[in-house]
Design a protein around this ligand. Structure first.
Ligand code: GAR
Length: 192
């Protein structure tokens, strides 16, 4: 059974779907939730399922990632899932979990990715460009924002009437549908 840590900065709706999914899985279990924001909604979701949580202040991520690695070791974490985690993951952690860190991005990478492209910024850019479709990308995490190998993408049509908020809703629904299952498939392949 692989032990998963979810890292999230925000409301944590994806994290909740993942926690629910792995509550009934024989492949993995969510053993820890880590955030960089004390008020992040994800902490409430973790509490609902009695999953331990840790908070690390911004400076720890940039200046003392050993402390975070130590915590991951303490909880015997095998696999890291970023779900709306908005800081850059320290290289130390990426290097200790080769091909064992995944992220979800609310657009069809390589379009609309990179530093500063997160949450509503992405959907506003998609809207401004007049795209007829958007979607989401699940990918491995490497040392560069949104550049790791793509694992899975799903698309959704958007119409000229759709606001950035409407696009966000459509994309989030896709994320909720696919992210838990894609994580499970990725975990299953680790053992092959
Ligand atoms: C999701 O749409 C996710 O793709 C995005 O943040 C949202 C988090 O929502 N991530 C990024 O933009 C990363 N660059 P949630 O907290 O409700 O799961």
């Amino acid at each position: 059974m692989y032990k998963i840590a979810i890292l999230a900065s925000g409301s944590g709706s994806n994290a909740r779907k993942i926690i629910e999914h792995f509550a009934n899985s024989s492949v993995g279990q969510v053993s820890l939730v880590i955030t960089n924001r004390k008020s992040a909604g994800v902490l409430d979701h973790a509490a609902d399922f009695s999953i331990p949580t840790k908070y690390f202040f911004k400076d720890v991520w940039s200046q003392n990632p050993e402390e975070i690695l130590e915590t991951l070791r303490e909880y015997q974490i095998d696999f890291i899932v970023l779900a709306g985690f908005l800081l850059k993951l320290p290289e130390l952690l990426v290097d200790h979990y080769p091909n064992r860190v995944v992220n979800i991005h609310p657009a069809l990478l390589p379009k609309y990715g990179g530093k500063g492209m997160y949450g509503h910024h992405v959907h506003e850019a998609v809207k401004a460009a007049g795209e007829s479709e958007s979607g989401m990308t699940i990918h491995f995490v490497n040392h560069h924002y949104d550049e790791g190998g793509i694992i899975f993408q799903a698309k959704v049509s958007i119409s000229p009437e759709d606001s950035a908020e409407a696009i966000q809703k459509k994309v989030l629904a896709l994320e909720h549908t696919h992210y838990p299952a894609v994580i499970e498939e990725t975990l299953a392949k680790l053992g092959e």
